[in-house]
Ligand binder design. Structure first.
Ligand SMILES: CC(=O)SCCNC(=O)CCNC(=O)[C@H](O)C(C)(C)COP(=O)(O)OP(=O)(O)OC[C@H]1O[C@@H](n2cnc3c(N)ncnc32)[C@H](O)[C@@H]1OP(=O)(O)O
Ligand SMILES: O=C([O-])CC(=O)C(=O)O
Length: 374
């Protein structure tokens, strides 16, 4: 499987444009944002610094960071009509559909009238995405109308605060921060490419982001972290993990959270989130989930040379922090919004409508037969 050629279907291996935002599978551990290695960023900076880096090109100094955090904090209020819409979405709705509706409704209320407003729109979405998902979740599941304006400095802690109704521990706030850094940007992945295609028609930011959310929703992309949780939650122990995976491989099922379109041997984000998951598992008193996850990882490598991607150990990490499985992919949205928006800026700055060609494989030219003769 490792030798499969990176060409052909799915535009694999073909360059579809230029970016100055990130490299995937090229240098360092395999992922860089504007020249910084992901392991360095995950170790030393916060998610807000990464957002600033992606948007403005450089890491902020401490004054710029404080000002940026204050700006995001000041934008957390949800307009009344948006809350009313969120309150009408049923509890069994798919949370990614809630996110898509949330951004779409905000686009009706706060339409991007001109591209000169693009940074304001991106910041507003960044500030409100945790509130959109948590407002819907807490209202539809518990009848709570939460206050979305809090004084949390960091977006990850803000999300956990809204979800659980109390400030998170330092450990949980840190893990969320790292998680958001890991998910922020990834070159021309399917959802980002969706955003760029939409941007290339000179459409508005909300439409670009709504489209990207739709692409991220699928289990082959962002939806894999939830699918990975569904897999591991039923595994009783390491032997059972190997048995279940062997059966799935025999059935030719896809194992969610494994493999990647670009990386060939490992995903540099995996080791980072895995280490945090292990730490959380000890704090949680977990005897099973982390161990079965590790058993899956080694079995898949032995059997298929398939490795865990960014999603696999995110499943256990999020679970240990009390996050409901169905909110896993919306967290990805809260983070990846930065990459999507930065790509929209980049596309707009040097635009040509994205319009590839297709190889026609249909029937030869023919004449229409009148209806009475068909
Ligand atoms: C953050 C992210 O979005 S990371 C990706 C999240 N997605 C997942 O975890 C879903 C599971 N993984 C997959 O479906 C795939 O690995 C993808 C979609 C990520 C990449 O797809 P591709 O680029 O087509 O993968 P690749 O060319 O490496 O596949 C080679 C072979 O390995 C198989 N394979 C790849 N991943 C898996 C997997 N997770 N389970 C079982 N088999 C797999 C494929 O079936 C393929 O065989 P085939 O050509 O005979 O069908
Ligand atoms: O790059 C991809 O194809 C998918 C991925 O890992 C991401 O978007 O983070």
């Amino acid at each position: 499987m490792v030798d499969k050629k990176l060409s052909g279907a799915g535009l694999r291996g073909q360059s579809a444009g230029e970016t100055a935002l990130s490299t995937v599978g090229q240098s360092g551990t395999g992922l860089t944002y504007r020249g910084y290695d992901i392991s360095d960023l995950a170790e030393s900076v916060s998610f807000e610094e990464v957002a600033y880096l992606l948007f403005y090109g450089e890491l902020p100094n401490s004054e710029q960071l404080t000002a940026y955090r204050e700006r995001l904090k000041s934008m957390r209020s949800l307009p009344r009509p948006l809350k009313e819409v969120l309150e009408r979405i049923p509890a069994d709705a798919h949370p990614m559909d809630v996110m898509r509706t949330g951004v779409s409704m905000l686009g009706n209320l706060e339409t991007e009238a001109d591209f000169s407003e693009q940074q304001d729109v991106a910041d507003r979405l960044l500030a409100t995405f945790p509130a959109i998902i948590c407002y819907w979740y807490r209202y539809s599941h518990f009848g709570d109308r939460i206050i979305t304006e809090t004084d949390d400095d960091q977006l990850g802690a803000y999300f956990l605060h809204l979800l659980h109704g109390k400030k998170p521990s330092e450990l949980h706030a840190r893990v969320m921060d790292v998680s958001l850094i890991l998910y922020a940007e990834h070159e021309f992945n399917a959802s980002t490419f969706t955003a760029r295609v939409c941007a290339s028609t000179l459409s508005d930011m909300h439409s670009c982001i709504a489209g990207a959310i739709g692409s991220l929703r699928g289990p082959l992309h962002g939806g894999a972290n939830e699918a990975a949780m569904e897999l591991i939650e039923d595994l009783k122990d390491e032997d059972h993990a190997r048995e279940v995976l062997a059966q799935k491989l025999a059935n030719k099922d896809k194992i969610m959270g494994f493999g990647h379109a670009i990386y060939r041997e490992s995903d540099p984000r995996n080791g980072i989130i895995k280490a945090w998951s292990e730490k959380l598992s000890k704090e949680f008193g977990d005897e099973r989930l982390y161990k079965v996850s590790e058993a899956c990882e080694s079995f898949m490598w032995e059997q298929k040379k398939l490795f865990c991607n960014a999603d696999f150990f995110h499943a256990s990490a999020y679970h240990f922090m009390g996050i409901p499985t169905k909110l896993f992919t919306p967290i990805f949205v809260c983070s990846r919004l930065t990459g999507w928006a930065a790509h929209v800026f980049e596309q707009r700055a040097n635009n040509r409508i994205i319009r590839p060609s297709a190889d026609y494989v249909g029937v030869e030219p023919r004449n229409v037969v009148p209806l009475s003769e068909r």
